[in-house]
Every structure is written in C-alpha cells, then in structure tokens.
Write a protein that binds this ligand. Structure first.
Ligand code: PMT
Length: 402
C-alpha cells in the first residue's frame, strides 16, 4: 500500500518536449496507489501519444477538449471535483498564462478553473520565456492563490540547446511534491534535524576510513518529515543519493564536521534524529602526503571521535533526542544502555548483520526502544520505517507539550 492509495490525481500534460519525462511520473503515481487520469493538450499529444498514458495509468487519456469521459458518463466538472490534486507537468508558458487569466479553452484548463483542490505546476520552457516579464507577471498572479504550488523549474541545459532556468523538475522531485501536498501535516511548525550517511576520516590526501552506510535510512526520514510539514535540516555525510526535495542540506565529511553542524543547528530544532553512522575513530595524525606503498605493513594510530549524541544529551536540550543503535545480534539490550547513557528519548535499534536490514539495503527491521513502550516492527521498506518512527515522534511531542 503506497502513500497515494485511494487518491485521485488529474495529470495534466502540456506541449513541451519534457512531456516524455511525465510518463515516468505517471508510472510512479500509479505504483504508489493513486488513480491517475491523464489529460493532454493537443500540443502535448503531438509529443507523446495518449496511448502511452493509457497504458501507464490504465485509463483512456483525454486529449484537447476531451471526449472519453463524456462517453463514459463523467462530465468535465465531475473530473475536477473528484480530483484530490491536479498536477501539470510540463506546464508551458502558454498554459500558465491561460490558467493565470482564468481561461478555459480545453479540458485541462477547464478542469483547473472549476477545481478547488491543490494544483502543482511544474513549468518547462526556454529561459528567455521563463524570464519574460509577462511570464513573471502571470506567475505572480498564480502564486497569489495558495492552492497553486510551483515545483521548479530547474536550472540546466535545455532541449533548445541553451543553458539556464526552464528545465522541468525531475519526475522524482515532482512525485515527492505530490506526496507532500497530499500528506497529513502533523509536523507543521516543527523543525526536524536529521543526520544521515557515513563519515570519512582521512588517512592521507587520498585515503579514508569509513563504513557501509548509504544514507538511505536518514534520507527516508528527511522525506517523511518534509511530507508531514516540518522544516527539515539534513546534516549529511558523503552519499550517492540525490538531495532530498524540500530540505536544507548541510554536507559534511568527517565526524568532527558532523559534530559541529549538528551542535550548530540543535538550538532551533524540536527533534534530532541521528541516523548517521558516525565513525567511532579518527587518525591521531593525518599524513600530509600520500602514504607510499613501500610503507606496506605500517600501523596507524587511532583516537575516538567526538560522540555527538553524548555531547548533545549532556547539554539537556529542549528537543526530542532520537538515536539509532547498529548492532550485530539482538540490538535491544545495547539500545537500552544507549538510551540511558546518552539521555535519549527514543532509540531505533537495528541488527545490521541481517541481509535485509541495516546498511545499504532498501528495507529495515527495527525495534523502537524508549524504556516504556518497546516495540519490534516487522520487515518494512525504509520509507515505511521512517513513517513509523515519525508516528512515534509525533505522539511523544504531543505528550511533551501536554
Ligand atoms: O545509511 P543506511 O545504509 O540506510 O543504513 C542505515 C544505518 C544502519 C546506518 C542506520 O539504520 C543506523 O543504525 N544508524 C546508526 C549507526 C551507528 O553509528 O550506530 P551506533 O550504535 O554506532 O551509534 C549509536 C548512536 O550514536 C547513533 O545514533 C549514532 O548516530 C550516534 N553516534 C555514534 C558515534 C559518534 N561518534 N557520535 C554519535 O552521535
């Protein structure tokens, strides 16, 4: 069951070359459980055929002024009333202009004008069209309406060969925006600080000590907190993951760097989620030049890194402190020890020796340990684990306030 289960989304496609990337968005929405009705403008249908969208969504796509819906007994107005959300990707300068002036000359613009639900607009156009004062004026008018949400455009190389603002945002980012708009906002007004990924402790200018953390668990927490309406700051060690949509990212390299960043942002946050796999040791002395192979067999001297959570716990901050415990074998006893020793509110304990849990996989098996209500969750995707952790966090925040 996806987060978009039982949601009905009108997917508007207008005539930009980025329309082919909307096929990927349609697939993501359907896979996450949404019912999707594709509505193409005539120009869009010249870029990508309606049959493609029909195959991806399981519903005949509408083109131009439409026709299939009327044949199936659904009036155009019913479409906009049934929709939980309208997303238009790509949204051309032409369609943005029409919507901003309340025009309704095809099924898509008619659906928008007669709707009351949120509308996500993912603009895509040439940079000069994007920067044109007329387009800017149209956008200003659109953004006066709270339900009109702009996603992008991104800056980069455009289909016309130019560089600049005007690229349609990545389908994955638009998908996350859809899920964010349709999620319950139980963390609205809260500031959540998340650490994720590994740290790297340099040996010399080309080598480092690190671990197998991919950052997936922490990034899943970030995405879930953004969806629930929190302001999110992510302190991230080096990962291969895309920066999550809607969060402020503070990149760090070493445990010392992560400690500085976490302590800097701590005062303003309501919750700290330490999912990072912080290195426990760093080099006593980092070689300034590359260590030569001829020195094979050399030994290195290590010293402990700062224990970030311990330091944070000692400061007795007002925020909720959530640590992780990565153990090999039953993680609960060690989680209980860490809960007390680091003065935490909750520990998420995982047995990282299991093949489907812990480092660098998409699933996890965790125990939520808070001393009173210890609970083992089944094998879940990291996205679902993140949701369950935040369910607990929301309850704990409510108790703290009450
Ligand atoms: O990134 P993924 O590939 O998705 O993998 C997820 C994960 C296995 C990294 C994650 O689920 C996890 O368990 N993160 C914590 C890893 C860890 O460092 O555990 P620990 O038991 O060594 O540390 C306990 C807690 O203290 C952790 O919250 C850790 O962030 C924190 N810590 C550790 C060392 C240190 N110097 N400072 C710290 O604050």
């Amino acid at each position: 069951m996806g987060l978009l289960d039982k949601k009905f989304i009108v997917l508007g496609v207008t005539g930009g070359i980025a329309a082919y990337r909307t096929c990927e968005l349609a697939r993501m929405l359907v896979k996450d459980g949404a019912g999707v009705q594709a509505v193409l403008t005539g120009a869009a249908a010249e870029m990508v055929g309606p049959v493609t969208f029909q195959a991806l969504t399981g519903r005949p796509a509408e083109v131009g002024r439409g026709g299939n819906l009327a044949a199936s007994g659904m009036a155009h107005i019913d479409l906009s009333q049934r929709a939980d959300l309208i997303v238009i990707a790509p949204a051309t300068a032409n369609t943005l202009a029409k919507i901003s002036w309340g025009m309704a000359d095809n099924l898509l613009t008619t659906a928008v004008l007669s709707s009351t639900c949120p509308v996500i607009l993912a603009p895509a156009m040439n940079t000069r069209m994007w920067n044109n004062p007329l387009t800017r004026e149209n956008l200003e008018r659109l953004q006066r309406l709270e339900r009109m949400i702009l996603v992008g455009p991104a800056v980069g190389s455009l289909a016309c060969g130019e560089e600049g603002a005007g690229r349609m945002e990545e389908p994955g980012a638009i998908f996350e925006a859809v899920r964010t708009v349709l999620s319950v906002k139980d963390l609205k007004g809260r500031h959540v600080l998340v650490s994720a990924g590994p740290t790297r402790e340099p040996l010399d200018p080309v080598r480092y000590l690190s671990n197998r953390s991919s950052g997936k668990m922490g990034y899943a927490l970030v995405a879930a907190a953004v969806r629930r309406g929190a302001k999110v700051t992510l302190v991230s060690g080096p990962t291969g993951l895309e920066a999550p949509w809607g969060a402020r990212v503070v990149p760090v390299e070493t445990a010392a760097g992560m400690a500085r960043a976490v302590l800097k942002h701590l005062a303003k946050c309501d919750v700290l989620l330490m999912a990072a796999a912080v290195a426990d040791f760093e080099l006593r002395k980092i070689a300034r030049k590359k260590i030569k192979k001829s020195q094979a067999g050399l030994s290195i001297s290590l010293k402990p890194t700062p224990d970030i959570l311990l330091r944070v716990g000692q400061q007795k901050p007002k925020c909720l402190l959530v640590g992780f415990a990565a153990e090999t074998g039953n993680p609960v006893p060690e989680a209980q020890r860490k809960l007390k020793a680091k003065k935490l509110d909750l520990v998420v304990a995982n047995d990282v020796s299991l093949p489907d849990a812990g480092f660098d996989v998409d699933t996890n098996r965790v125990h939520l340990v808070d001393g009173k209500d210890n609970r083992e969750l089944p094998l879940l995707s990291k996205e679902e684990v993140a949701e369950r952790i935040l369910d607990r966090v929301v309850r704990m925040l409510a108790r703290k306030r009450g």
